[in-house]
Design a protein around this ligand. Structure first.
Ligand SMILES: NC(=O)C1=CN([C@@H]2O[C@H](COP(=O)(O)OP(=O)(O)OC[C@H]3O[C@@H](n4cnc5c(N)ncnc54)[C@H](OP(=O)(O)O)[C@@H]3O)[C@@H](O)[C@H]2O)C=CC1
Ligand SMILES: O=C(O)[C@@H]1CCC=N1
Length: 255
């Protein structure tokens, strides 16, 4: 266990945009001292109001015990050049998709991590991989939601699809439920409310039973559900989902 207590750990989040904002907000709400950098005034102002300190990258890295990087892949190299000398010996947690440990060349302890935007609510699934031990890394990441220590770096790349991008796929499917409701004469508000309820409750139910078991319980022989399931099979929705995640994972692995 690190000698630092949770209260005394300072965490810097470099590049507060979509993900950085969510992580900084959640860590601040969890009791950490959070320092942020970025280029979006509205985001920085909002984090400042929550009690985060806003500064530049070099000051943030110099002051922090842990440094979280959430810039886009194209901005990583210049950020590394900027902070290289202040980052010596620090623990750096990179959430940058597609950038491997070997791409983050600094005299620091590097952690590869992948999470998703649901960390804002403490509901993300975060995978991480590093080649050293420090219990506080898992303790910090656990504030974002579920945590998984990956067996190798490849698993973190795969999680870019299965965790990082996946909320967009789920949102796309929920959007289709809303259009289906509209198509059948339900208003958008009711359709959305119903879809969110069904997705949430089904996730809960599947914690203790297999999808197959659950489907059979819902499906009356020659009833209504089988008609819909037949259409899903006809349109090969299962293949579409496997393909979508595979294509995403392939890009995450660098092809
Ligand atoms: N969005 C998501 O759901 C997820 C994202 N990720 C990863 O997180 C990273 C960030 O994604 P996302 O939050 O969507 O991206 P954003 O573009 O929303 O956020 C990154 C922010 O960093 C700023 N920035 C760029 N360079 C610097 C710098 N040198 N110093 C300070 N700030 C800088 C950008 O400025 P500017 O506005 O000028 O571009 C931008 O505001 C990516 O690498 C992505 O792969 C991982 C999982 C989920
Ligand atoms: O689309 C992307 O590349 C990033 C990584 C995972 C989610 N957003």
């Amino acid at each position: 266990m690190s000698e630092k207590s949770l209260d005394s750990s300072k965490i810097a989040v470099l590049g507060a945009g979509n993900l950085g904002y969510a992580i900084a907000k959640r860590l601040k709400e969890s009791g950490y001292e959070v320092i942020v950098t970025g280029r979006r005034e509205a985001v920085l102002e909002s984090l400042k109001k929550m009690g985060c300190r806003v500064t530049n990258n070099r000051d943030a890295v110099s002051e922090a015990d842990f440094v979280i990087i959430t810039v886009k892949p194209k901005d990583l190299d210049s950020l590394i050049d900027e902070i290289r000398d202040c980052a010596e010996g620090k623990i750096i947690i990179s959430f940058v998709a597609m950038k491997k440990l070997e791409d983050i060349r600094m005299n620091a302890k590097i952690v590869r991590a992948m999470s998703n935007i649901l960390c804002e609510y403490g509901l993300a699934f975060t995978a991480y991989y590093c080649e050293f031990d420090d219990d506080e890394i898992e303790s910090i990441l656990s504030k974002l939601g579920d945590v998984y220590k990956a067996k190798d770096e490849k698993e973190v790349d795969l999680m870019t699809a299965f965790s990082g991008s996946a909320p967009a796929f789920v949102a796309k499917i929920i959007e289709s439920f809303i259009y289906a409701g509209l198509n059948s004469g339900l208003n958008a508000e009711v359709s959305k409310k119903c879809a969110l309820s069904v997705f949430k409750a089904t996730s809960e139910a599947l914690k203790t039973q297999s999808p197959e078991e659950f489907i059979i319980k819902v499906t009356t022989p020659a009833g209504t559900t089988i008609q819909g399931l037949r259409k899903l099979m006809e349109h090969r929705v299962d293949f579409a989902i496997v393909d979508a995640l595979q294509a995403t994972a392939r890009r995450a692995m660098g092809s």
